[in-house]
Design a protein around this ligand. Structure first.
Ligand code: DX5
Ligand code: ZN
Length: 221
């Protein structure tokens, strides 16, 4: 599966708040509820103070799901691991601008591996840092919490950067937003120009995933 081209609003449930003991089943549930993308949060305990999953778990999940695998690499040395993630079957690879010296080179490497490429910036990172690379990407991810944990409070000042990014990239590139997205914050980020909404706690933290996804979708209108 490929990242859908820009022009539609997509909800990307983040597995961080799912039951890791039955991840394949959790992903199947959000697929049945209409999600086309699943957001896979990869953490190395170094770039962020938390650890999650890596290529072996993703390769296993790949055998159980045909959703778009959107990997968010919260790791200090993404360049060391992009091949492994591509081989594991991810479709999109998003790296953090804060830890990459040659972002344009990283985008080409990711594309050469057959994946789409995303660049992301932390809440305190200025938009200027992605100005050059953003137009080369398939997606720009604007963090609206400090990465590392699910269920944190949405940062409105960070969300305003979405509008700045939209000015730079125009309508043809996806802008994803990640952190504290729920039916209350969705209208704000959509009005700034976000079209790919990551939600962890607001979907996997609720027993009825269909209702949770429907509520976010309704809040987009
Ligand atoms: C945070 C992760 C997010 C996280 C979002 O470091 O990148 O994807 O799962 O969780 P919520 O939606 O609960 O803020
Ligand atoms: Zn994420």
């Amino acid at each position: 599966m490929r990242l859908p081209p820009a022009g539609t609003i997509e909800i990307a449930p983040s597995i961080l708040s799912a039951d890791f003991g039955k991840l394949a089943g959790e992903i199947a549930e959000v697929a049945a509820a209409g999600a086309r993308i699943v957001h896979l949060d990869v953490m190395d305990g170094h770039f962020v103070p938390n650890l999650t999953i890596g290529p072996p778990v993703i390769a296993s999940l790949r055998r159980h799901s045909d959703l778009v695998f959107d990997s968010h690499l919260m790791i200090s040395e993404p360049g060391r691991y992009v091949e492994a993630f591509a081989k594991a079957g991810v479709d999109n690879i998003t790296f953090h601008i804060e830890v990459v010296d040659d972002p344009a080179g990283m985008v080409s490497r990711i594309r050469d591996l057959g994946c789409t490429a995303g660049v992301t910036l932390n809440p305190e990172t200025p938009v200027k840092t992605v100005e050059k690379v953003a137009p080369l990407c398939d997606m720009v991810l604007v963090m609206t919490v400090h990465p590392g944990f699910g269920g944190q409070k949405f940062m409105p000042d960070a969300a305003r950067k979405i509008a700045e990014v939209r000015k730079i990239v125009g309508p043809g590139i996806r802008i994803e937003v990640d952190g504290g997205i729920d039916p209350e914050t969705t209208p704000i980020v959509v009005s700034y120009g976000a079209d790919t909404l990551v939600a962890g706690n607001a979907i996997f933290g609720r027993p009825d995933r269909q209702a949770a996804i429907d509520a976010i979708r309704k809040a987009c209108q």
